[in-house]
Design a protein around this ligand. Structure first.
Ligand SMILES: Cc1ncc(COP(=O)(O)O)c(C=O)c1O
Length: 360
């Protein structure tokens, strides 16, 4: 006999990537920014008045929301502060998808979505990407047929790093009558020359919810701060009804605000990551490995059958380099490798080259 709800008893919890706490492991497995947070974050932490913790924090992180609204050319009503981007996903499901209703996503995708759908008791519908990892041409028809209440699209895509254009996002938002969640966890690493920007679409579509996180672009994975951007009407129930009363704490609000205000510092880290990504892509390709071009801070790399991805994962780990292996359809012959510092990337390349050489 269990006291759990039947859907909770039937589900598996989320399996996060390994998080070794030693600082010697080269950690290229959970897509963190390899550079430290802005010096302004350290300054804000030192200046933080501990005595102020006696009081509750600002309930909806007004300082942070003001900075985010200015940055994106929106108003306070459009910004939903959350305890990591993950909390926004959970809030979205709680608010818009009832038990038994359908939430759609792509396959493969971020592996937390199915877990959150199971917690909510929602039905998950996974829409296959095509051979080139693109959205199927009949996506909108499929969303209608399955009667999806929400569609969660990670863009740039995880784990491939491919990018769906804002024109396609607009077309989906226009023709879908549920909530379109565009998870932009990795948006900061998109090549600026592409001039990709979905935020202006919020003026046109009140069923569009954009997820942002401070974990990747702003080097604050350990802080747990993210936010949603949406039209006032879509944001309001999450801001004023379903959000926990004090979902972000006073220290996180202050540090996240300091990081978001340090745009030029953050951009300098994104540039370095992009340069290293292109360099790593070229190096892996010249070793004869197939990689997908990525607009994110990771590369999805196919490992030759003679080695096998699980064995390559284990051999790299043995050498102190952690990458991510997914035991999932279409991914079993691949490793997802986060972009690290130049030195970390060189260690990875050397370890992989040794492995390839020992097999030839
Ligand atoms: C695709 C995607 N979305 C959202 C998140 C949530 O990030 P966080 O909860 O750290 O803000 C992650 C984290 O890895 C992610 O990969």
């Amino acid at each position: 006999m269990t006291l759990e709800r039947s859907n909770i008893a039937a589900m598996q919890g989320y399996a996060p990537g390994e998080q070794p706490q030693d600082l010697t492991t080269i950690k290229l497995n959970t897509n963190e920014n390899p550079y430290p947070p802005s010096p302004e974050v350290a300054a804000a932490l030192s200046a933080f008045d501990v005595a102020s913790l006696r009081r509750y924090p600002n309930p909806i992180a007004d300082e942070f929301r003001r900075i985010a609204a200015d940055l994106h050319g929106l108003s306070l009503d459009n910004v939903i502060p959350t305890n990591g981007g993950d909390e926004l996903l959970r809030l979205m499901l709680t608010t818009f998808v009832a038990e038994g209703e359908v939430v759609a996503t792509t396959k493969p995708t971020y592996s937390l979505y199915p877990v959150l759908a199971a917690i909510q008791g929602a039905k998950l519908s996974e829409i296959d990407l095509d051979e080139q990892w693109r959205l199927p041409s009949d996506l909108i028809q499929q969303l209608h047929e399955i009667k999806a209440k929400a569609f969660i699209l990670v863009n740039p895509h995880a784990p491939t790093g491919s990018l769906v254009s804002s024109a396609t996002i607009a077309e989906i938002a226009e023709n879908f009558d549920g909530v379109l969640v565009v998870d932009e966890a990795y948006i900061d690493f998109v090549d600026p020359d592409l001039e990709h920007n979905c935020v202006p679409l919020l003026q046109r579509f009140d069923n569009l919810l954009i997820l942002r996180t401070m974990s990747k672009g702003y080097s604050l994975a350990g802080l747990r701060f993210g936010y949603g951007l949406a039209a006032k009407k879509l944001a309001a129930p999450m801001l004023f009804k379903t959000r926990d009363s004090y979902n972000t704490d006073a220290i996180s609000q202050r540090l996240a605000a300091a990081a978001l205000a340090s745009q030029s510092y953050a951009k300098s880290t994104w540039n370095k990551v992009r340069e290293s990504r292109e360099k790593m892509f070229a190096e892996l390709t010249s070793m004869g490995l197939t990689c997908l071009a990525s607009q994110s801070n990771f590369l999805l790399c196919t490992i030759p059958e003679s080695i096998g991805a699980p064995r390559a994962y284990a051999a790299l780990k043995e050498k102190g380099v952690l990458v991510r292996y997914f035991d999932q359809d279409r991914l079993r012959d691949k490793l997802r490798i986060s972009i690290g510092t130049e030195e970390e990337n060189s260690r990875l390349i050397r370890a992989l080259a040794d492995l390839c050489r020992s097999e030839s």
